[in-house]
Design a protein around this ligand. Structure first.
Ligand code: NCD
Length: 322
């Protein structure tokens, strides 16, 4: 498959509404704030029974996950159901794409079943853009993570979590620690944090896990965690994405943990009320000590909970653009 490219402006309708949700890049600050406000409204809804908002009644959402996922797929599913949509989880492993059917043919067939929204996760960067470019005009495409490119709903749920604990972004120092090079999450977080005018965004990783020229995105790079984590308000840990490393970029996992693992001692260098985040899946003893992952400063499970509200907000916004 050749990933189609779609300028980020193509996420919008002619009157500036969100039609697809493919990347954070190019989303104006006011719209980002609006997405966060909408998400917070869904978080604040009193209980599940009342949350069965009929905003997507009669709509069909198809989850197309060509790559593994626990949190993202399940929270998209719950979000669609709580908005009263019909949801189909395509099991790609048992679908005809494994019999050589092209991605476009699969899409055409799913369209013929009357689909309104595709939620796409794929290991190729650009896959969601490709589908958005070639699918029927009434369909909205939500990117649930494409290769190393973007994971925009994850970045929104991370921003929502930061805002819930810390309020304004301008005075904040945020550190993202780990495998930045292979992380679509980091890329989307950086776009979101800079769009929201975060005081300082720091990236902490060994040189081999930092993409060249990343400073142009408005971040500061640190190769030593002890320096980078000093006095930060938020620490975001990332997993080592071994499946995307083409060559050995690290001496060993043990050495990585010794130099970059988030231990209780290292966390003490951050502000006393700093929060610890992780998009999951967490690899305990590789990038983070269990005592920190389960400790009082960890908001990792709050991120997961927020994922449902954020996906409800985005699904209702793109459907509202029609
Ligand atoms: C991430 C992903 O798949 O991009 N996880 C997630 O969606 N919550 C991060 C990862 O795989 O490490």
């Amino acid at each position: 498959m050749t990933p189609g490219s779609l300028p980020s402006s193509m996420q919008f309708t002619a009157d500036g509404k969100l039609k697809h949700f493919l990347t954070i890049e190019g989303i104006p600050p006011l719209l980002l704030e609006e997405i966060l406000d909408r998400s917070q409204q869904f978080v604040s809804l009193p209980d599940k029974a009342q949350v069965q908002a009929p905003l997507l009644r009669g709509k069909t959402v198809m989850n197309l996950f060509f790559e593994n996922s626990t949190r993202t797929r399940t929270t998209f599913e719950l979000a669609a159901k709580r908005l009263s949509a019909d949801l189909v989880n395509m099991d790609i492993r048992t679908s005809s794409t494994t019999k050589g059917e092209s991605l476009l043919d699969t899409i055409r067939n799913l369209e013929a079943m009357g689909c309104d929204m595709f939620v796409v996760r794929h290991s190729s960067s650009g896959a969601a853009n490709f589908i958005a470019r070639y699918c029927a005009p009434h369909i909205s495409v939500l990117n649930a993570g494409d290769g190393r490119h973007a994971h925009p709903t994850q970045a929104i749920l991370d921003m929502l979590t930061i805002r819930q604990y810390k309020g304004e972004f301008t005075p904040l120092r945020v550190a993202i620690v780990g495998d930045i090079k292979h992380s679509r999450v980091a890329r989307s977080q950086i776009h979101a944090l800079t769009t929201l005018c975060t005081g300082e965004v720091r990236l902490i990783a060994p040189k081999t896990l930092i993409p060249q020229g990343i400073e142009k995105m408005g971040v500061t790079v640190y190769n030593e965690i002890e320096k980078g984590i000093k006095d930060v308000d938020v620490v975001i840990m990332l997993r080592l994405q071994h499946e995307r490393m083409k060559t050995a970029l690290l001496p060993s996992v043990r050495e990585y943990y010794a130099r970059y693992g988030l231990t209780e001692e290292r966390l003490q260098l951050a502000k006393a009320d700093a929060i610890v985040m992780h998009p999951g899946p967490v690899n305990r003893g590789v990038e983070i000590d269990s005592r920190v992952a389960d400790g009082s400063q960890s908001v990792i499970l709050q991120q997961v909970t927020n994922g449902i509200a954020v996906r409800m907000a985005i699904m209702s916004m793109v459907m509202g653009s029609r």
